[in-house]
Design a protein around this ligand. Structure first.
Ligand code: FES
Length: 114
């Protein structure tokens, strides 16, 4: 099943940036990594922090703004202490300059890592 929701126009989020986007039942963090878009849950799995406010480090990880634990953005994998629980990821669809997420599917990278 597909639960495709519009997130943003691609041109609204520059490479190297992230944005919190409200979705049904919560929010997600959308990242632009060198022109490719990724979506993860926005809430850090360690405590209460918005990962969209974190810093993108090493090209494909986000450092939480509160205790600086890191997650791999394409797979959602927790990479460093104190984060031990992976993030939920969402499949991102780009169509005609619009960015959508499929809320029922994991990112391709996370799905292939399972
Ligand atoms: S709240 Fe994110 S690392 Fe603690």
């Amino acid at each position: 099943m597909t639960k495709k929701v519009f997130l943003i126009k691609a041109a609204e989020l520059r490479p190297g940036c992230a944005r919190k986007i409200d979705i049904e039942g919560g929010d997600l963090a959308l990242f632009n990594l060198e022109g490719k878009f990724y979506a993860t849950s926005n809430l850090c799995t360690h405590a209460t922090a918005s990962l969209a406010d974190g810093e993108i480090v090493g090209g494909d990880c986000v450092a939480c703004p509160v205790h600086f634990g890191e997650f791999h953005i394409p797979t959602g994998q927790a990479m460093s202490f104190p984060c031990t629980v992976d993030l939920r990821t969402y499949k991102v669809i780009e169509e005609g300059g619009d960015i959508y997420a499929d809320l029922d599917e994991e990112s391709e990278e996370a799905a292939s890592a399972i």
